[in-house]
Structure formats: structure tokens, C-alpha cells
Design a binder for this molecule. Sequence first.
Ligand SMILES: [Fe+2]
Length: 263
Amino acid sequence: MNDHEMEKKLLSIISDIAEGRYSNDIMELTRDDVPHTTRTIAEAVALMMVKVEAREFRLQQLVDELKALNEKVRKNTIDVVTAMAEALEARDAYTKGHAVRVAELSWEIARELGLKRKEAKYVGLAGALHDIGKIGFPDALFGEHEARLPSELVKQINRHPSIGVKILKPLDFLGPIIDYVAAHHERLDGKGYPRGLKEDKIPLGAQIVSVADIYDAITSERPYQKTKTPEEALEILHAIAGARVRLDVVEALERVLEKTSKA
Ligand SMILES: [Fe+2]
């Protein structure tokens, strides 16, 4: 290479580096037989390149650390909120374990319906958190009460999905979970609460949680009702399918129960 060719090569290597393409070609131009000016520039550029590469590497490490930390915070927060939901149930002997069971069943129905793992995870978590909005309720609303409540109390109870949304909203990584909690008492015929959403305006995740919630309430012991068998619960769910809940979700629950031989 003559001097001119070396200069040209130096310029092309520099523009490569400027675009983020690092190579060791620059080292060729730091040899003793390279003219002084070209060599001095090449040495400076080579040094700069090494420093930039080291910084980029460190930066990538920091980004990875941050991502891992973020994931940890996310998981911890979900654990705390889930613990809150479980603590909430401890106020009432009859609902103990309800959130965990609804969470598991919601996850299984979601998977049975072909939802991807990530989406099913959201549905499962919504199952765990669906009644979190009851957390501020007075003790009178828990424990021994009849199926029919005074209208004032009914109004208060009907606000729990919206209160749940308020509690969970700041946790933006919960994504669609918040919508599912918001709509877990909506009905296909629009007679649900709090918004009276109809048909496909209700997210599938919310319908799954709704079916799991109803099934668990029917089959668990409650002060105002006799515990029903899974078969009886499915009969009731079939009777309200189409008006209150989606038939495909009820059928998915049926298949889940068959597989786990709970029915
Ligand atoms: Fe609820």
C-alpha cells in the first residue's frame, strides 16, 4: 500500500467505527512502516475504539442488571399484592383459599382455551386479585350474612371491581390484569356491574375469572348455601351460559374438571 492508499484505508476504517462496526484492521496501520501522521491517527483511533467497546460492554451489563432488577421488583410486587388478596380472605372463614383456587382454575381454563402461557398467567393473576377491591370494606360485609343484603350494602359491594382497579392501576406492569379485575362481574347480557358491558366488550380474561369465581363460590361452603357438587355447579353454569357467561368458557371448565377428575 502506498501512502495515499493507507490514508484512504484509515478513513474507511474510521467511518466503519463511527457506524459501530469495530474491527481490528486499524491495527495494521499502527505498524512502524506506516507514515507518522497516519500511524498516530490510527493509534489514537484504535485506543478510542477499545475504550468505546469497553464502555458499551459495561453499559450492556448495566442494562442486563437493570432488567433483572426490574423483573425482581415486578415479581415482589405481584407477591405482595397476592399476599394482600389472601390476607383479605382471612377475614372470612368461608372465603379462605378462594383467591388461590380461582387463580389456579382461571389459569387452567385459559390454557384449555388455547391461550399462550404469558396470557394465561395474566388471567391466573387476575383470578388471584379479582376481589382485591374488597380490602377497604367494613367487617360487616364479611362473615355471616344472608344471600340477600340491604341495598346500601349491595351498592357498596358492587363498587369492589372499581376499587380494585384503583388499587392496581399504579402497577402498570400488570397490563390486562387490571381490565380483567374491572370486568369480572360484567355479564354478556349487559346486566352486570360496574359498567354494564355487553358480549365481546367484556374481555375473555374477565369471563374466565368470572366462571372460575362462580364455580368456586358454588362448590365451597358458604353460610347461606349448601355446598354443591361439581356436577351441580356445572349444571348451574350451563343454565347461565349465554346470558351471564360465555358457553365456550364453561365448556373449557368442564374439560379441565374432567382432566383433573374433579367432576
Ligand atoms: Fe368479585
